[in-house]
Design a protein around this ligand. Structure first.
Ligand code: UN1
Length: 516
């Protein structure tokens, strides 16, 4: 109730009003697969959400495209001020939102709160950025000419996010898109609709307080039909898509490729963040304790449901035995349970299907020669709990090339750095990677042209936990997009190159009395 949610919630925010004429879905708690019990006093009340129909979508897009004309006229630092207020509003609700993320998504509470903090940080980042959307002046080869490069808003940006980061990924995209002068159309994951609604309501209140059109931020709860409509819509020049958690790579690619093909068919742009298959390499000189702790966080954190989760552990043959032994010791201490309970390190997987896929995946692993060193089973309970799992397997096994979205870690042995880098780069995906070593020459090779082929190339830290200040994203089947920091903002704007005669500029300056 603190977040304005009720037993039955319309899931479309269209032109300033909550509505919805699509199917009704229930939000389930991954810990027990019961409807999220927001109302302890009236237990069994189901928190339901009415999803968007295509008619809702049409109405929303019309209003959003109209609002774009107004929003892009507002000076960028003023847009930044609105985003600052959104950040402030989120701050006051941090604990509630964090708990809601834990409850509906299933990640442990510190991660739920951390994720909301991440969108707050993105607001701060975007506020600063709103005064730095700088263009440039380029020397012209023609006499008395110069060239200006100016960045203009695109209009409307579509943001499609996944269940695993139901609000941080919105932040990477929406905070930047908004200060860049774009309206946002957001579709959250079908299984985290309450978060979509709660976040939207907070943004809506800020827009209302500032007398701005509510349609600047339009959101829909819904599934593939709405996602496809966004991808096909010529009113949306850029679609940012984060792949949902289908178990095997092939399926993730199918969804990602569909979005890309649909957007490209109409010459729209895409920002894709599809999947990772991230490796940690441990060299013979590594700080083993540090590496063990990092691997635990990277492989078991968020129950292995981050795109940046460490899925492959490459150990130098000289440290293999001790490392595996120490890792098994820390895995034994992992407390599995309700993500909202203090001390829990491993919560449930998001849905019963995720658990089924884990169990099926283990069978595939075994059939391809994988040897289970730890875990390897689903846990009998009403929730979607599984054991954190360590598997010894050859890097050439087909299953190693795929992203099994759960806490499964493949361990492999190598002899030389070159061999380790080759294994690191041998999968279709290219999101994150990390090496543990103290040797500068190894570090420089790792980050250079013959090193990791990933978008995120870490040294002595886990593969996950990327900071917002850097550009987040990866190469190859990961999709090539970059979100959040660095110069990612340029993707949310259109570059206008403006070659002109300097005399014309002189004339303007004199005309406006700006020069003597
Ligand atoms: C994702 O899993 O899609 O680097 C994003 C991390 C987080 C983001 C993960 N900051 O682990």
């Amino acid at each position: 109730s603190e977040l304005g949610l009720g037993p039955r919630n319309p899931g479309c925010f269209v032109n300033g009003a909550w509505s919805g004429s699509g199917p009704v879905v229930a939000s389930l708690n991954p810990t027990n697969n019961q409807a999220s019990s927001f109302f302890p006093s009236i237990l069994k009340v189901i928190a339901e959400v009415i999803e968007a129909s295509i008619e809702d979508y049409e109405e929303g897009l019309r209003a959003c495209a109209d609002a774009a004309k107004i929003w892009m006229q507002i000076p960028a630092p003023k847009r930044g001020e609105i985003v600052r207020q959104i950040g402030e509003a989120l701050r006051t609700k941090l604990q509630y939102l964090g708990r809601l993320v834990s409850l509906e998504m299933g990640k442990i509470l510190p991660e739920g709160i951390g994720e909301v903090q991440e969108i707050i940080d993105m607001c701060d980042y975007a506020v600063g950025l709103s005064r730095q959307l700088n263009g440039s002046i380029i020397p012209s080869e023609r006499p008395n000419h110069m060239m200006l490069e100016v960045w203009n808003p695109l209009g409307v940006v579509g943001v499609i996010t996944a269940f695993n980061f139901p609000c941080a990924v919105l932040g990477w995209n929406a905070c930047i898109a908004l200060v860049c002068g774009n309206c946002v159309v957001w579709k959250g994951a079908p299984t985290t609709p309450l978060i979509t609604i709660a976040m939207t309501e907070i943004v809506a209140q800020v827009l209302e307080k500032n007398n701005l059109p509510a349609a600047i931020f339009t959101s829909f709860c819904g599934g593939a039909e709405i996602g496809e409509a966004i991808a096909r819509d010529t009113r949306i020049p850029l679609v940012s898509f984060t792949g949902s958690s289908k178990v095997f790579l092939l399926l993730i690619l199918v969804v990602g490729l569909l979005v890309q093909q649909n957007a490209h068919k109409r010459y729209g742009k895409c920002l894709l963040e599809l999947s990772g298959n991230n490796a940690i390499i441990v060299m013979d000189d590594a700080d083993i304790q540090l590496a063990v702790r990092s691997v635990l966080f990277a492989a078991v954190g968020t129950a292995g449901q981050r795109c940046t989760t460490c899925r492959r552990l490459l150990l130098h043959e000289s440290v293999y035995q001790t490392f595996v032994e120490q890792l098994i010791e820390v895995y034994k201490q992992v407390k599995i349970g309700d993500p909202l309970e203090k001390g829990t390190l491993l919560g449930p997987l998001h849905t019963p299907t995720s658990k089924e896929n884990f169990v099926k995946g283990i069978e595939v692993i075994k059939s391809q020669g994988g040897k289970i060193l730890f875990g390897g089973s689903g846990i009998d309970s009403e929730g979607n709990f599984v054991q954190p799992t360590i598997v010894e397997i050859a890097p050439s096994a087909q299953v190693v090339k795929e992203e099994l979205f759960g806490p499964v870690l493949y361990v492999m042995k190598f002899q030389t750095l070159n061999e380790a880098i080759e294994i690191n780069n041998s999968v279709p995906q290219g999101l994150s990677s990390s090496i543990f070593t103290r040797k500068p020459e190894i570090i420089f090779k790792w980050i250079g042209p013959h090193g990791s082929d990933c978008g995120i190339v870490n040294v002595n830290i886990p593969t996950n936990g990327a900071e917002i200040g850097g550009a987040f994203g990866g190469e190859k089947a990961t999709g090539g997009g970059r979100e959040a920091g660095s110069d990612s903002w340029k993707q949310y704007m259109r570059r206008a190159t403006w070659p002109h005669l300097v005399v014309a500029m002189d004339f303007m300056v004199r005309f406006w009395g700006m020069s003597d």
